[in-house]
Design a protein around this ligand. Structure first.
Ligand SMILES: [Zn+2]
Length: 409
């Protein structure tokens, strides 16, 4: 008996494009060994699973917080809770979140905000049928700065502490370094419209990380934060919300700079609207920020973000999708499909939007998945419906495999 098996679907997306007439994907061990037309005849000893719906590569969520669950009730926020939680509680939450991601068809997650490097332990013992994990450890921030409660604060006036922060992460084996270039919505007292570090400080961090073979991604909501991060030679921009006094349209000259520098942008789009609080219930520091940028309405803000996302595409910027899962109630683990759907709502062609969460994301993360192609990891997803005409079908998974291992629904 052959140990090869195959999954056959009448509709398929290979990570870059839809395959007319679907596909038969042949798997051996943890790898795809062939991608054939749907009608392709296979030897009798190859077990074939016929599926309805659309077959795709498993999704890659480039921005998650496994220590936090968006389902966590009330204040303090989930990430703040994680900063105070013990190891057993963190491990429980991390495992539960990985499970939510896997059943949703997210077969790789990049964690960009950890506590005590707990996520690294889960990465190293990847559970059967759970997603692959890439981990940054605690984000580097200023004392009292954005997400300081995750434990990644460094002294901006003390260069050795900055180099130590990178060396510590490198010694522990992180996959990427995350730095908070601006304040954030989740941290009262941090300035979402400003910059947390001077570019010389960020440059020291980036140089040290590059010397250790690590890429650096920067959280930034502000234009100023993005400029400082670009000055410092950053590799990726998270959120890239482009907030400034008076508005949040992405300035053309900034977009040109990002494109010329070859910097990846992860706009962290997508929210569950039923779990997003109305403006009237938002905390005072967020209302104050909305007032400064001149936006009083949450939907107007989301529309601006969608318009910005289309400008990224128009400027030829490499875009990857990450939900920021766990950061808040409207961003549940496993809901990466909402980021992709939001790009489509903003005007992106469906295939290109899907690529931001499959082939482009996998390449950017350095993971050998994200494509239906011989030699790639057999991370596969089947969803109920025709994704080409209904992108929300991406949120209706019916079968998932990680490295050829089925994920039990
Ligand atoms: Zn985040």
């Amino acid at each position: 008996m052959s140990n090869r098996w195959a999954v056959r679907a009448g509709r398929a997306f290979d990570g870059e494009k839809f395959l007319a007439g679907g596909a038969t994907v042949v798997v051996e061990g943890d790898r795809i060994i062939g991608v054939e037309p749907a009608a392709h005849a296979l030897p009798d000893d190859v077990r074939v699973t016929e599926v309805a719906g659309t077959l795709l590569p498993g999704l890659v969520d480039c921005h998650v917080h496994l220590v936090a669950t968006g389902a966590f009730p009330g204040a303090p926020g989930s990430l703040e809770w994680a900063g105070t939680a013990d190891v057993a509680a963190l491990d429980e939450v991390i495992t539960e979140n990985l499970r939510s991601q896997a059943v949703a068809g997210v077969t790789t997650v990049r964690d960009l905000g950890d506590v005590g490097f707990r996520v690294l332990a889960h990465r190293d013992r990847q559970g059967e049928g759970l997603p692959r994990v890439l981990a940054a450890g605690p984000p580097v921030t200023t004392p009292g700065g954005h997400c300081h409660f995750l434990g990644g604060g460094i002294d901006p006036a003390d260069p050795p502490s900055q180099e130590r922060a990178v060396a510590d992460r490198s010694d522990r084996g992180v996959d990427v370094v995350k730095v908070m270039a601006s304040g954030g919505f989740l941290t009262p007292g941090s300035d979402q419209l400003g910059a947390q570090f001077e570019s010389a400080v960020l440059r020291r961090l980036v140089d040290a990380a590059h010397a250790a073979g690590l890429r650096v991604v920067a959280h930034t909501h502000s234009i100023t934060g993005a400029e400082v991060a670009l000055d410092a030679g950053i590799d990726g921009l998270e959120h890239f919300t482009c907030l400034a006094e008076g508005g949040a349209p992405a300035p053309p000259e900034l977009l040109e700079r990002v494109a010329a520098a070859g910097v990846t942008v992860d706009p962290t789009l997508g929210n569950d609207p039923s779990r997003f609080p109305p403006v009237s219930q938002m905390p005072p520091h967020i209302l104050e920020m909305l007032d400064r940028i001149g936006i009083s309405d949450r939907d107007a803000h989301f529309e601006q973000m969608a318009r910005n996302s289309l400008r990224l595409r128009e400027h030829g910027i490499r875009v990857v999708s990450g939900l920021d899962a766990g950061a808040m109630p409207a961003k549940l683990h496993g809901h990466l499909w909402r980021s992709v759907a939001e790009l489509v709502r903003g005007g992106w062609p469906v295939g290109e939007a899907l690529a931001t969460a499959t082939s482009v994301a996998a390449d950017d993360c350095g993971v050998d998945s994200g494509r239906l192609a011989a030699g790639r990891l057999a991370d596969l997803l089947v969803v109920d419906g025709d994704v080409a005409s209904d992108v929300e079908a991406l949120g209706r998974p019916s079968a998932v495999w990680v490295g050829g291992v089925p994920v039990a629904g």
